[in-house]
Design a protein around this ligand. Structure first.
Ligand SMILES: C[S@@+](CC[C@H](N)C(=O)[O-])C[C@H]1O[C@@H](n2cnc3c(N)ncnc32)[C@H](O)[C@@H]1O
Length: 258
């Protein structure tokens, strides 16, 4: 069996076996509909940050929308390219850090599909991300960025999840939560996740990685968006009501000045 040493470099999380397993084992795949509606209403070319292996970006492109993607994982972008090719779609992808990027052009709208912004390590880095987003917005461009505040972990870890590998003869993939360290005061959670490949019930490959997230209260998000120069700033919960400190999922909506 092959095993790798555990790295705490967050940019190394979505690589190798984890990138292969991502779409097969994802717990909540992004629904393309709200993002399609957002991009269509804004017009022009959109940018999706943390686009990963192309969900939901490729659905939007297949629907005739113009969307470019940025992600910090070359492995996830490679998988996205392969999916696009298999589906006969043209895709423009950028390898980069959503907290600090310079693509040399402006976009009609910018979004993240799902709360991947919680992968940034602290409030200041989220602020840098919003500044980078602002510097890529055409005048009046809207942004749509979901945030997540996780509940404290339960007494027992979630059960392992298994799925067939998307690779031909890739065997079965299994994801196990090994431990969860939840720090309510610092708004940080580190989960050690084990990804495994099994063949005929035997583990033949195994990696354990720390999955680190940092969350922000809605009012902090509003302050950071204002500091980045956005206007018309709102944070809305799943019922489209103003988000509160109890909203586990909420979305930042804001506009670049005209
Ligand atoms: C949970 S996946 C979401 C992928 C995709 N949006 C989806 O819904 O399937 C998170 C993605 O964020 C990317 N990511 C993590 N940190 C990043 C950063 N600082 N800059 C750009 N991408 C990042 C990872 O490489 C990964 O592809």
């Amino acid at each position: 069996m092959s095993e790798e040493p555990m790295s705490d470099d967050p940019t190394k999380f979505y690589t190798g076996l984890v990138a292969e397993a991502y779409s097969a084992l994802v717990s909540m795949p992004s629904d393309p509909a709200p993002y399609a509606e957002f991009v269509r209403a804004a017009g022009g070319t959109a940018l999706e940050l943390a686009c990963g292996d192309g969900t939901p970006m490729l659905d939007l492109i297949a629907d005739g929308l113009e969307v470019e993607g940025l992600d910090s994982s070359a492995d996830m972008l490679e998988r996205c390219r392969a999916r696009a090719k298999a589906e006969g779609l043209d895709v423009t992808l950028h390898l980069g850090d959503m907290a600090n990027f310079d693509l040399g052009r402006l976009f009609g709208s910018i979004f993240i599909a799902g709360p991947s912004i919680t992968l940034l390590p602290d409030d200041a880095t989220v602020g840098q991300c919003l500044s980078s987003v602002m510097s890529h917005c055409q005048p009046g461009a809207p942004v749509m960025i979901p945030f997540w505040i996780p509940a404290p972990p339960g007494e027992t870890p979630p059960p392992p999840r298994s799925a067939a590998s998307p690779e031909p003869d890739g065997g079965e993939l299994r994801l196990t939560t090994v431990s969860v360290d939840y720090d309510a005061a610092a708004c940080n959670q580190t989960s050690v996740l084990r990804y495994e490949r099994l063949r005929q019930g035997e583990v033949v490959e195994s990696v354990e990685r720390p999955w680190e997230i940092h969350w922000l209260a809605p009012e902090t998000v509003v302050d950071l968006a204002a500091a980045a120069g956005f206007t018309d700033i709102t944070t809305l919960d799943l019922n489209d009501s103003p988000a509160t400190a109890d909203s586990m999922l909420f979305t930042l909506r804001a506009t670049a000045p005209s």
